[in-house]
Design a protein around this ligand. Structure first.
Ligand code: HAM
Length: 423
């Protein structure tokens, strides 16, 4: 029989890959705390109806859907936003606003597997619910910025747009919601010709103008945008909103946004600004988000404006590898405790326990190897110190500590062992 492999598009993460992912998760969690986000844990399996209601065709057609044994139609979550919006309509319904909620975990989409695109991947998700003010949008953009900074990436950019601009233009021209959504799906994939094909000549001309519109700076792009959308009231309000958010973010010291007037995202629930995060080394987004003011209401909750974003942790991991970013983890010294003879194993195990009690990472030799082999193995595993427990030293309350990098060794009092390893 051939051996089992993971399901297509799903991966086993080992060694460096697992270490990078857990590093990014820890940074995301740190970031959540810095911005006052509370962590919530929601199920991976959710009712299909919840997940498909407002997500858009792009995601709807890529879900892992099944019936559970009770005949319920369920799916693996393709994102967190629907689950968090559900919370706002149930458990958190009467809690004081705003909510700042953080989640991290695996999500599932039947995407075509390639580098940076998997069927099981990880997101760190941030939702700020209850405020329609530009301040809330600014907080989320600044949070996205500091997440990339804190993991150690450089040269990143935030692509910023406002779905309200095109939405208002198309609505004023009488284009229905369904067609609008289809247009956004095409624009998201940069299939502009296919998007224009869904529209009349007037809409097409306005949209073509937006696609072509570019300024030297974000401020200049916004000014050109104002000129371009004159006469479309809703679009003017959206540009004002975009400008207000840009001003706040820039004044707060974050000047990495690039405004793209023809930017659209695949998800259907967005109503305001939308954004994506990029590094020059990769042509895929490291994260994305936007404002969605109608979702919670659509799920039966109180009208609750909201903004959020999800960072793609696997892709941030790829960016870290591409930029050769040093993982700024708290480097723990690694210790292997080895008993010379059978008789000392109990004492040696006790010494290993004592080290762990004092917060030092210690492995106990469990393979029954002879000393030379055990040391060779410890060395191969990048262990810093071998603690050798022998009869004679034990009687004096000591052990031998071997520094495996420097090939030196010394007798150390057991009571001073943890301190010696730390120093
Ligand atoms: P999204 O843009 O669909 O947004 O996904 C966010 C990020 O997840 C992407 O930018 C990308 O880094 C990562 N990602 C998406 N698909 C894959 C894949 N197949 N393999 C690896 N990484 C992937 C959302 O999910 C929204 N819920 C974000 C949001 C929160 N908007 C408001 N609140």
């Amino acid at each position: 029989m051939s051996t089992f492999q993971p399901v297509r598009g799903m991966r086993d993460l080992l060694a460096q890959d697992a270490e990078t992912l857990t590093y990014v998760i820890s940074k995301a969690r740190e970031n959540a705390q810095l911005y006052g986000f509370q962590e919530v844990i929601t199920p991976i399996v959710e009712p299909l109806e919840l997940l498909s209601a407002k997500s858009g065709d792009e995601i709807r057609q890529r879900m892992f859907i099944f019936d559970d044994l009770g005949g319920r139609r369920v799916a693996l979550r393709p994102e967190f936003t629907a689950s968090i919006a559900r919370l706002a309509t149930t458990a958190l319904r009467s809690e004081p606003k705003p909510f700042r909620l953080f989640s991290v975990g695996s999500v599932y989409r039947y995407d075509e597997p390639q580098r940076g695109r998997y069927r099981e991947f990880w997101q760190a998700n941030f939702e700020l619910m209850g405020s329609a003010k530009p301040e809330a949008d600014a907080e989320i953009i600044l949070l996205a910025n500091s997440l990339l900074k804190n993991v150690g990436l450089t040269g990143y950019a935030i692509k910023l747009g406002h779905i309200g601009i095109v939405k208002a233009i198309l609505a004023q021209e009488g284009v229905d919601d369904k067609t609008q959504n289809a247009v956004f799906q095409k624009m998201d994939k940069k299939e502009f010709e296919a998007a224009y094909a869904l529209l009349n000549a007037k809409c097409r001309a306005v949209l073509e103008g937006l696609v072509a519109l570019k300024g030297e700076t974000s401020a200049e792009t916004v000014e050109k945008l104002r000129e371009h959308i004159k006469g479309y009231e809703g679009a003017v309000a959206s540009v004002d909103n975009l400008a207000a958010i840009l001003k706040l973010v820039t004044e707060a010291g974050c000047s990495i946004q690039k405004v793209d007037p023809a930017f659209a995202r695949g998800l259907e629930y967005y109503t305001g600004i939308i954004f994506e995060l990029y590094v020059p080394e990769l042509d895929i987004a490291l994260g994305g988000g936007g404002r969605y003011d109608k979702l919670i209401e659509a799920f039966g909750g109180e009208p609750t404006p909201a903004i959020g974003m999800a960072a793609g942790l696997d892709r941030i991991g790829l960016a870290i590898q591409a930029q050769k970013t040093v993982l700024k983890k708290h480097q723990q010294k690694k210790v292997m405790v080895i008993a010379i003879k059978e008789d000392q194993k109990g004492d040696a195990l006790k010494i290993a326990q004592k080290l762990r009690d004092e917060g030092i990472s210690a492995e106990f030799e469990v393979m029954g190897r002879k000393m030379a082999k055990a040391l060779e193995d410890a060395d191969k595993r990048n262990t810093d110190y071998a603690v050798i427990v022998g009869e004679r030293e034990l009687k004096e309350g000591k052990v031998v500590v071997k520094d495996l990098a420097n090939r030196t060794q010394a007798e150390v009092e057991i009571s001073a062992l943890a301190q010696k390893i730390r120093s």
